[in-house]
Design a protein around this ligand. Structure first.
Ligand code: LLP
Length: 425
């Protein structure tokens, strides 16, 4: 079998001792495949961003919550966040202890707050009223407050999470009110955090926002600053999705230099001896994950060549939701000797909506029924955003371990799984 477009996965030996065809044959299509070596490499790059004693990496689990991957991430020394009872449960299942988990909440009910507190994790709230609620539930306890630095960033308006046009965070002008609520409930401000948005490819915006958070920390009364344990700058670290066009990576050396200088200088100036966290999700998990699928159908509607697969937006929501670009690899199926001249093709899924488009008008070697496609950079916000829309069972997940061996880390759902929660006899 000759692969048509597979340079990226070949260079990484992404599939280890297996071919994409073997993996699909064993576990069915579509299939999420993760590579352990790539995951560990990304974790190590992040952990190396600063040698400052208090520096740490808080993996944002929303990107991918598979507990087998979480265990690898834990082995690499990262801690984790959670933003729902489900994420908290999976964090603990993966072996994280309550002191290694931050509950970064947004608009949660008093009941959910209570549950998180009962589990012994530090809760971050992002409004005055949520702070009040937590104060009533946790008088004399510790709390983290999420601020909005007024600087947003992101690959799409839907993922910018700071600035005036978003629902997130407490604006710095409300600091006095925050302090008053803390006092009223005898609470200690154990942490401050923010998250400006998702997917930046240059360090400067992130560093500028981090400086704003540090300026805010400096405005805290001396006794409050002394009690502060965590300053968390949030995530957003981008990855190059346009791999076959040679898109450059985020310059981690530049980011490391600027971040390390910022936190070291600030600690020296203020005497702060607590932790500094960054909170990436995508950077940790995106590149270690690919989706494999077969080409089921090729047809023309007018001038448009549609290539039909079973990766609908139930499997990968990002293209339909944000017009996101995912690069594609092509591994030849039985029609290996067929015409492979490049042409524009629109790759679609099997959902009954015309927005079910995976890749629009892509210039690629001609695809044929029976070919196998690899969808790159699907490890973050891929499976975690997948659904059972149209009652398609969520697909299996497989890990290629450090020795190149493949193992199932989540089985494919079955129709019985779909039926389990309904109240039918
Ligand atoms: N911390 C907080 C509080 C967050 O809300 C997020 C992401 C992160 C950290 C991690 O951000 P990252 O490093 O992954 O950019 N579904 C979208 C991305 C949504 C991000 C939501 N919050 C996508 O597929 O692009």
């Amino acid at each position: 079998m000759s692969d048509i477009r597979s340079r990226y996965s070949d260079e990484l030996s992404f599939f280890g001792a297996n071919t994409p065809a073997q993996l699909l044959e064993k576990w069915g299509s579509p299939l999420y495949v993760y590579n352990e070596n790539v995951l560990r490499r990304r974790c190590r790059e992040l952990m190396a961003l600063s040698a400052h004693a208090g520096f740490g990496v808080n993996y944002s689990v929303k990107a991918n919550a598979n507990p087998v991957l979480l265990r690898i991430i834990r082995e690499e020394g990262l801690v984790v966040d959670a933003m729902s009872p489900g994420e908290l449960y999976l964090d603990k299942l993966a072996g994280f202890t309550p002191d290694q988990i931050l509950y970064i909440a947004n608009n949660i009910s008093p009941d959910e707050m209570r549950q998180a507190l009962e589990q012994g994790v530090l809760v971050s709230v992002d409004s005055l009223s949520q702070l009040e609620t937590l104060g009533r539930l946790n008088r004399g306890g510790r709390v983290m407050v999420r601020f909005n630095p007024g600087i947003g960033a992101g690959h799409h308006q839907k993922v910018v999470t700071a600035g005036k046009e978003t629902k997130f965070g407490v604006t710095p002008d409300l600091l006095d009110e925050v302090l008053a609520i803390l006092k009223r409930h005898d609470m200690r401000l154990a942490g401050i955090n923010h998250h400006i948005g998702s997917l930046f490819m240059e360090a400067d915006g992130y560093i500028a926002a981090a400086s704003v958070l540090l300026e805010l920390a400096e405005r805290l009364p001396a006794d409050v600053l002394r009690g502060l344990e965590i300053i968390d700058f949030g995530g957003g670290f981008g990855i190059p999705y346009h791999k076959y066009e040679g898109q450059p990576r985020l310059d981690m050396a530049d980011l490391a230099e600027k971040l390390h200088a910022l936190i070291s200088d600030w600690s020296a100036k203020t005497g702060y001896a607590g932790r500094f966290l960054v909170e990436p999700g995508r950077y940790v998990a995106a590149e270690c994950g690919m989706i494999l699928t077969g080409v089921n159908n090729v047809k023309y509607n007018g001038d448009t060549c549609y290539v039909g697969t079973d990766v609908g937006f139930n499997v990968l929501a990002r293209p339909a939701m944000y017009d996101s670009f995912h690069d594609l690899e092509i591994y030849a199926g039985p029609a290996g000797t067929a015409d492979r001249a490049e042409k524009e093709q629109t790759i679609v899924g099997n959902i009954c909506e015309s927005g079910d488009i995976l890749a629009k008008k892509r210039l690629l070697p001609a695809l044929h029924e029976g070919d196998i496609l690899g969808i790159l950079d699907a490890g973050a916000y891929g499976f975690s955003m997948s659904s059972s829309y149209t009652q398609r069972c969520r697909c299996a997940e497989v890990l290629i371990d450090a020795e190149g061996k493949a193992r199932l880390i989540r089985r494919r759902e079955t129709p019985e799984d779909l039926a389990r929660c309904y109240a039918v006899d």
